[in-house]
Write a protein that binds this ligand. Structure first.
Ligand code: CO
Length: 197
């Protein structure tokens, strides 16, 4: 089942998120719906606030980046297999060089922008079996995970753009808030009207 993706301007995207406990009902089926919603929109990551839930949960499948010809063969192999469910994640360390990358977001259709982030992170999280993990990431995997992690912290990539770029995008963002955009996946807009397909 595909769920509507909450658009820029919706308060849920800024709300404080709660940790998930082991008794959370039907977590597996919720995560299945998130995968389906993400793939339907051709995304590489999706966080719970984007489907209207203030939870510390996101999913990432960075495998589409494996087609990037600029990656080494080793990086391509790594990114091809990078598919994880992150429950109650916590980024412990940000490290390495500052790197620029052109980001987009399923909640902010048709807008992209250069975002500077640290190349590396150390993140802890639980998987669907509530097994604890720690992962050290760099490159694109780190990039996608940091973007999704921002979502559960109530932050959006547009917050990190230069003031000049934000000024340029202001009216476009307003149109998204109003639902005055055409998107090929279902969305929920702050004005409460649903995008009819
Ligand atoms: Co996003």
């Amino acid at each position: 089942m595909t769920l509507p993706i909450y658009a820029y301007g919706h308060p849920i995207l800024r709300q404080k998120t709660e940790e998930i406990d082991t008794n959370y009902p039907d977590l597996k089926s919720l995560v299945d719906k998130m995968w389906e919603t993400m793939y339907n929109a051709n995304g590489v990551g999706l966080a719970a606030p984007q489907i209207g839930l203030a939870l510390r949960l996101f999913v990432v499948d960075a495998s589409p980046f494996a087609a990037d010809p600029e990656l080494s063969e080793e990086e391509q192999q790594q990114i091809k297999q990078f598919k994880h469910v992150f429950i109650n994640p916590s980024i412990k360390v940000f490290q390495g060089d500052q790197v620029d990358f052109n980001e987009g977001c399923l909640s902010i259709p048709d807008i992209r922008g250069e975002v500077t982030r640290e190349d590396g992170i150390l993140i802890s999280y639980y998987d669907l079996d509530f097994k604890y993990h720690e992962l050290e990431l760099t490159g694109l995997a780190s990039r996608v995970v940091q973007h999704e992690y921002d979502h559960i912290e109530g932050k959006l990539f547009t917050d990190k753009l230069s003031p000049f770029k934000r000024k340029i995008l202001k009216s476009k963002l307003l149109q998204i808030e109003k639902g005055n955009i055409t998107v090929d996946y279902p969305m929920e807009f702050p004005s409460k009207q649903k995008n009819k397909l």
